[in-house]
Design a protein around this ligand. Sequence first.
Ligand SMILES: Cc1ncc(COP(=O)(O)O)c(C=O)c1O
Length: 390
Amino acid sequence: MKKDTKVVRGGLNKKRNAGVVNTPVVRASTVVFENVAAMREATGHAKTFAKSLYYGRRGTPTHWTLQEAITTLAGGADTVLAPSGLAACTLAILGCVKAGDHILVTDSVYEPTRYFCAGLLQNFGVTVDYYDPAIGAGITDLMKPNTTLVFCESPGSLTFEIQDIPAIAAVAHARGAKVAVDNTWASPLFCQPLALGADLSIEAGTKYIVGHSDVLIGAITGTQDAIKGVQKAAGLLGIAVSPDDAYLATRGLRTLAVRLRHHQASALTVAKWLQSRPEVKRVLYPALPEDPGHALWKRDFSGASGLLGVVFKTTSQAAVDAMIDGMELFPLGYSWGGFESLIVPAAPARTTQTWTEPQPGIRLHIGLEDVDDLIDDLDKGLARFRKVLG
Ligand SMILES: Cc1ncc(COP(=O)(O)O)c(C=O)c1O
């Protein structure tokens, strides 16, 4: 099956769906058994994380459909669901580490993932170092005997560097470490980190999989070996996802391919327009031939999504605020990946001093509105920006 077909048909199961197209929302805490033997059998299946009805926290057919669809698309052995994208990132890490371990995290990581490392992981005796996202095979110099995980995010949050996952994975595996990739920007439609050598691929399903800005959900897909640790961590921690949210995520997933291609086309148009503007120093969007990550993006991705960054030649907080506050079609809000356009100010926080561009910039999510209307709104916004800078 081609990827677009997997998006539409992955996880569909006539029997499970009782004759209707979509798996119904199965709401459950308690599952009742015919007899003690049936209970024992289900309990045995639960220990192996098989998709068998045992107790609501361990998932229902509504969850299995989504898990199977994402697993098929991401090309893994199984998928663990989490109640948010951040929970998927933290769970992936927890599934790979123990006290005394050391992990390497890209300096372009989504900031709350960094807060988890500093605020909780280090309390449990796991040490963390940050690396330049452009490091590639150079990661070898940072590996320690106790390094068990390299955490990547490609492209990175706010700064959009593409990472060389095959080069990093080759080094990590030679040293017995695993590689996890936050793949939210591309979604499993446009990039499959497992095929590039990663062990775990993480999605904030909240973004493009859900696609409508109304559900928080996360997913971790892994190789047979790597997913076991994540399943165990999720089971022990009592991680559970609402079946209503799993249902909505599956519904969103079915239109991922058509939505993402529209996001891509409009984002590329906006990115090119922004590049031609006198206020703009750089547009951070790997699909642009001028982007430093373009060659890797072309090698490893089959498309680009709707999220991009803008670096201004000269900037000030007041100028960026004036631009943002007057936008009509770009509401100010966190998150992205829904049908709508969004804007936020962007000032990346780094540990390795590898980002020296003028701050603040802005981050734009290019939604499914008419692209001419979006450009018109941005044009007016840049006029406000210029007026403040004088
Ligand atoms: C790259 C990336 N990963 C993870 C997350 C976390 O997702 P959630 O908001 O569902 O916790 C986000 C949210 O913005 C993100 O941008």
